[in-house]
Write a protein that binds this ligand. Structure first.
Ligand code: MCN
Ligand code: CUM
Length: 789
């Protein structure tokens, strides 16, 4: 990052401004969905299935209705009368709102109890008696396509198997040829297990239908308010809820991480009940419901292959994915990319043969997919290629850093066309890895490792040099349910030079109120402090697709810059009028226009804005506001070089992360402190899947770790001290040269940790362990490889 162009008072790009939003968060003044209390509000609780796959024989609500405070119980049959028992998913599949006959996974919604207090609703829930006829569930995705497996989606006429879709990219024949002739071929089966975001705030909503005005206000935990409004209109338009009658408000959000992108049945049930009863209805999940039923992440089974030369040149890669989607495809991906952006799996390396194919299947597990800071499946991709790269280096006996340096796409070769069809905008991978090696002291660590290994001690060094792909996206390729994935900014500057700016995105903790203000401050010279940023209210914000896949900076951030520049063009006209010179005679310096050669003749942005309301040129439109819908020409390709150092206790398998150096490249940085915070958080969410987290089901479909007693979330205690740094390769097509960063650490982190652990275990011939790599798995692998003989 070069020097800041603006003063600290202006607070433009590059300043580590303290987060504006934190003033309310640290004082307990955040305003979350569960803080909303409306007159006459009812509470909803949901009866959930104990079985993974069962016919519902009967639902007896008699006892529940006797519970004081219980108003009604809503079943799938009730919703069916209004054709509200099914809804579309974001991937054009269908999902039950409430079942009419069959439940498809454990913890699925069965019916909803509505009461005057949340306690009454919970008591009512306990009193509902449901009779089930359990069936044998399909839990193993590999068996899902067996001819003997029951066809799960009997609701789909003519469906004869559990296959959802097939997708592929790259050149199959060419890749096969390179593999056939290669010196070295690495092949590894990998499972990237199901995990869950576990945001601090669970999901919830208050649906408030006003019967008199036929208007729904939906307060909810969503990362994408506008898209949700459109989906509600599509689901409920036929009962009169057309889009102009719907207002979605997303208040403060206590962590989203992707888990707040999907439309959950609970939201729709609450809307239906409010619509029918005419009162506001609140639904807030509890912790276990959140973990057991909400959108999962990952769950990819990958056959990963790499072909190379004896000298260490990567020639080709091939990936075959089996994606376990649960009972419906409710992933949140761009429509044309059911595999998300997984095909970035060719990595940061220069070769031109790759083939990627994937099949998705139904099982009796909760739906979802994508969530957990993943950039649309890039975490899975990076895990696969970075593990392969390390295995290749080991196989031919080359240092993994040296092998990477040898294979990197060179900085002069950008824009670079990947064999699966992406155009990487820019990068300098050598610089990133070199910096990480210098910071960590790579050579000295390798020496130490050799000495330790000679003494029988286990120490490992793991590298991950990843390429991210964020900022969906160019609208020619990217849409969700047909809605193009642009994003927007609207800036209004008031007469006294202070502004309000609204966006189609929605922060869940990323600090947008601060960073968007900084972008506008940079462009207009209005102090960031004087720029109020608002998101999340569809009645006021311009239409946008929301915050996920680290797209806010690449899309809405760009929109903020372009809208500011529109305002600057207007400012120039006004300044020329005020200074009685031609526009061409003016020069811009942050915060003011001055006359070329006569810098004492100038007008500040505040003077110009005031004139826009009080003394603007004849014929010019009054006011000072601009809107921009930004459609990016390409995605941005942030990158990073991470190095992890671990020590492993041979007797117990206990893993200690001694060092973790993360050098990120997200182009020009808006707020270094916020980026560092994003990297710290993301790295902690990289340790999580690498070493702790996995949702586990038994053969009957029971979740074995459905509470935080058993599902291990790392805390500050398990988090190492992160050592962060940057290289800066600005995006050539982004108006301020920025790339997204929010997910880079989660995407790049897990393989660095896995590679370090495997590196430590490699003297015993261990070449791979699936994440999460637990002490037990380490101990078991060591035992199997004779370490204790
Ligand atoms: N930023 C910057 N300079 C850059 C790039 C980004 O200063 N060159 C700043 C941005 O201005 C923004 C933050 O870093 O304040 C993240 O920006 P960006 O990378 O554009 O990502 P988004 O704002 O779109 O956030 C989404 C991303 C995703 S997809 C997940 S998942 C995730 C993440 O952000 N969820 C989070 N970080 C999270 N952080 C918190 N606290 N809570 C979540 O739920
Ligand atoms: Cu995939 S988690 Mo984020 O994209 O909201």
């Amino acid at each position: 990052m070069t020097q800041c162009k603006t003063s600290k008072e202006i607070g433009g790009m590059g300043h580590s401004l303290k987060r504006k939003e934190d003033a309310r968060f640290i004082q307990g003044k955040g305003h979350y969905v569960d803080d909303i209390k409306l007159p006459g509000m009812l509470y909803m609780d949901i009866v959930r299935s104990p079985y993974a796959y069962a016919k519902i024989k009967s639902i007896n609500i008699e006892e529940a209705m006797k519970v004081p405070g219980v108003i009604t119980v809503v079943t799938g049959k009730d919703l069916e009368k209004y054709k509200l028992h099914w809804m579309p998913t974001l991937m054009s599949d269908t999902q039950m709102v409430l079942p009419t006959d069959t439940v498809m996974y454990q913890a699925q919604e069965v019916c909803a109890v509505i009461a005057t207090s949340k306690y009454a609703a919970r008591d009512g829930r306990e009193a509902v008696k449901v009779e089930y006829e359990p069936m044998k569930p399909v839990m193993d995705p590999f068996k899902s396509l067996d001819p003997a497996a029951p066809v799960l989606r009997t609701d789909k006429p003519g469906k004869k198997d559990n296959h959802i879709w097939h997708w592929q990219a790259g050149d199959k024949e060419k890749t096969a040829q390179v593999f056939a002739n290669a010196d070295v071929v690495i092949k590894q089966q990998m499972h990237i297990p199901r995990i869950h975001v576990v945001s601090i705030e669970t999901c919830g909503c208050v649906a408030d239908y006003d019967k008199v005005n036929h208007h729904l206000t939906m307060y909810m935990t969503t990362q994408a308010p506008h898209a949700i409004r459109t989906v509600i209109a599509l689901v409920a338009g036929h009962v009169g809820l057309s889009e102009e009658r719907i207002r979605v408000v997303s208040p403060d959000i206590g962590g989203g991480f992707g888990g707040k992108v999907p439309v959950y049945p609970g939201y729709v049930i609450a809307i239906a009940v409010s619509f029918l009863v005419g009162k506001p209805v609140k639904w807030i999940e509890d912790r276990s419901e959140n973990l057991q039923a909400d959108s999962f992440a990952r769950d990819y089974h990958i056959t990963a292959e790499l072909a190379g030369t004896k000298e260490g040149k990567i020639l080709a890669t091939r990936f075959k994915v089996l994606a376990d989607h649960g009972y419906t495809d409710a992933a949140a991906n761009p429509s044309k990319f059911p595999l998300g952006l997984f095909s970035i799996c060719t990595g940061s390396y220069d070769y031109n043969a790759a083939f990627v194919e994937a099949d998705a299947v139904y099982t009796n597990k909760p739906p979802g997919g994508v969530a957990y800071r993943c950039s649309f499946r890039v975490t899975e991709a990076v895990q696969a290629i970075e593990r392969l790269t390390d295995m290749f280096a080991k196989k031919i006996g080359k240092d993994p850093a040296e092998l990477r340096m040898q294979n990197f796409i060179k900085k002069e070769d950008f824009p670079w066309h990947s064999p699966t069809g992406w155009i990487y905008d820019s990068g300098n991978y050598q610089a990133g890895l070199q910096k990480a090696m210098d910071v960590v002291g790579y050579a000295a660590l390798r020496k130490e490792q050799a000495e330790k290994q000679a003494r029988g001690e286990l120490m490992g060094i793991g590298i991950s040099t990843f390429t991210e792909i964020v900022g969906a996206g160019p609208s020619k390729d990217f849409d969700i349910l047909g809605i193009k994935m642009f994003d927007s900014a609207e800036i209004r500057v008031h007469p006294t030079g202070k502004a309000i700016a609204r966006f189609g995105t929605k922060s869940q903790g990323q600090g947008h109120e601060t960073t968007y203000a900084q972008i506008i401050a940079e462009e207009l010279g209005i102090p960031a402090e004087n720029i109020q940023v608002e998101e999340g209210d569809t009645d006021t914000a311009p239409y946008g697709l929301g915050t996920y896949a680290s797209r806010s900076t690449p899309t809405a951030g760009a929109a903020a810059a372009v809208a500011s520049r529109k305002l600057r063009d207007k400012a120039r006209k006004i300044a020329a009028y005020l200074l009685e010179v031609s526009e061409n005679d003016l020069e811009w310096e942050t915060g003011k226009f001055f006359v070329k050669g006569a810098p004492e003749k100038s007008k500040t942005i505040q003077e110009i804005v005031f004139a826009a309301y009080t003394n603007h040129p004849q014929g010019m439109e009054a006011g000072f506001e601009a809107t921009h819908y930004y459609d990016p020409p390409n995605l941005t390709f942030p990158s990073g070089a991470y190095i992890c150092v671990v020590d492993i206790d041979k007797e117990t398998g206990a893993i200690h992360i001694r060092r973790f150096v993360a050098i990120d490249d997200c182009g020009n940085i808006i707020n270094p402190m916020i980026v560092q915070g994003q990297v710290h958080g993301g790295l902690t969410q990289a340790v999580a899947p690498a070493m702790y987290e996995e949702l586990i089901y038994d053969g009957e479909g029971n979740i074995l770790n459905g509470t935080l007693m058993d599902y291990l979330v790392p805390t500050a205690v398990e988090s190492p001290k992160w050592e962060t740094g940057h290289t800066c390769t600005p995006s050539p097509h982004h108006p301020i040269g920025a790339k997204g960063v929010g997910e880079s650490p989660t995407v790049g982190g897990p393989p660095a940790i896995a590679n370090a652990i495997i590196d430590a275990l490699s003297p015993f011939g261990i070449t791979h362990i699936d994440i999460p790599i637990t002490p037990y798995k380490v101990w078991k692998a060591l035992k199997e490889h004779g370490a204790y003989d």
